[in-house]
Design a protein around this ligand. Sequence first.
Ligand code: NAG
Ligand code: NAG
Length: 461
Amino acid sequence: MFRHEGSKMRWTFAAFMGHFILAVASLEETTRSGASGWTGKLLVVPMDGSHWTGVKAVAEEMGRRGHQVLVVIPEVSVRLGPGKHFTTRTFPVPYGQEELDELQARNAEASRKLPFLERIPTRISNMKRFVKFQTTTAESLLFNQELVDYLRKQNFDAVLTSPAVPTGAILAYNLSLPAVYMLRGLPCRLDSIATACPDPPSYVPRFFTKSTDRMSFGERVVNVLVSCLEPVLCKLSYWTVENMASRFLQRDVSLADILRTGAIWLMRFDFTLEFPKPLMPNMVLVAGINCGVKNPLTKNHDEKSGWTGKLLVVPMDGSHWTGVKAVAEEMGRKGHMVIVLIPEVSMRLGPGKHYITKMFPVSYSRDFFDQVMADYSNLVTTSPGSLLETVVSKVDQVKKLFKVFASTGESLFKNQELIDFIREQNFDAVLTDPVLPIGAVLAYNLSVPAVYMLRGMPVWS
Ligand SMILES: *[C@@H]1O[C@H](CO)[C@@H](O)[C@H](O)[C@H]1NC(C)=O
Ligand SMILES: *[C@@H]1O[C@H](CO)[C@@H](O)[C@H](O)[C@H]1NC(C)=O
């Protein structure tokens, strides 16, 4: 039924896969497809080798959720094979297992230490053989008229593939199907080019330069030079593939043209290991998607280890308290000793179930405090006239508010008895909101690590 709704539905399916992947990544068990009851047809064109692990995990999960998944693989391969929740269809290739094994053995050989002069030619010749091999495999699929016709008739909703060897990408392009790419990255920034993703050489280090995202002037110059060379390298390395694609599609195409039509880019990396760089909205980070969950963390790790610490909390009044309070409660619940410092006069700050509060006197009265707060919140919701008037009165109110908070800080710091008490407690950490740095100053003075909880900070000079 969905097939007749045409390409829009297909693109939705591809976009849906992007979200679905996120769900898998977070090991969520709810199945959206299961809930909506809609199932689609997915064609998978995998690449042999390590790439298969991630693609297979997705193929299995899509099949498990009730979608029809067909994986197209060559008759001879290193790792590719059947699965529990998808069907496979093999196609013949003009090489046998022995040739594949030989290629494998050569690669293993090349990764051993060779003298420098031998290493480079060996690498190049291995690379050439590898490309030739991949091209042969791709040709065996694309020029298998019967198979391509069969696949066309299946009316798939999307194609999942590794674009590093772009067989699946070329096929998706020819069948006019949305392609979902799964990759770690592509040589010569083809991924950035194809997605029009900003990738400034002043900031994003190029392959083999060994630079980081913080480059000196000299390193940037090298980076720019390397980025100028990349298109040439790209043309050279992908020449055979582009040639084959043009023969198959019966018109001149570049690889970038084909990759540009990709709907979703599932990127197998994570910024914990990667230098910062821009992403496009159709790039989804799925690092760790195929990591086995060996020993899931126990829900209450702290309780299990038995270690408990002492936490001092210096909260800020108002909406900021909500998040800090939640952490204070949870830490207390886990058996840590949590003391929250609270001024006698406050708007929201108060006791909780799992922490101790320590009150300290302040120099202003409840009436005065309420008045300042009321004026402030009035000001946020109403404006008293012209823009200039608004700005002047806002500045005035904010100044008043900060004066109150500063006086709170002073009351705390000048309370020698309280400070001595805090020092004697030997806290392990201070949890605080740094927007008003009372807790930060205290942590600094006590030489205790500070944990900040914040939405952001105003610009500071
Ligand atoms: C798909 O490939 C066939 C030949 O293999 C070609 O005739 C057709 O134009 C191609 N379609 C597209 C959309 O590229
Ligand atoms: C903490 O404050 C006291 C005075 O209030 C001062 O003598 C001491 O040097 C401060 N310590 C640090 C580490 O700043």
